[in-house]
Design a protein around this ligand. Sequence first.
Ligand SMILES: [Zn+2]
Length: 120
Amino acid sequence: MEKGTKCYVCEKGNLAKKKVAYTIFGTEVGKFEAEVCTNCGEAFFDEEVSRKISQKTKEMGLWGLESKTKIGAVGSALDIRLSKKIVEFLRLKKGEDVLVYPESRSSIRVDLVSATEKRR
Ligand SMILES: [Zn+2]
């Protein structure tokens, strides 16, 4: 990437080399070299760095936590199955209290009540 490259997102700022922390699912994977926009702060990683990030993410057990699932039905209520990976990552237990609410018209958020109370 040349110096003075315009940001691909806002198209206003210039990109400058900088080490940035890469965080996924609220966990910092590490600090990596990136091109960061001076205007909007968006960070771009090149192919090699992206590969390094993927590898580290896998090593940390953070890879593939996203998974497709189908909505099932129990009586008149619907339920969503959680993958084993997510269960292990969040250390979920049967009978645990969760707070479920729509984040938008296309997204559901589930908060663990125990974790929320600990934070307070
Ligand atoms: Zn930008």
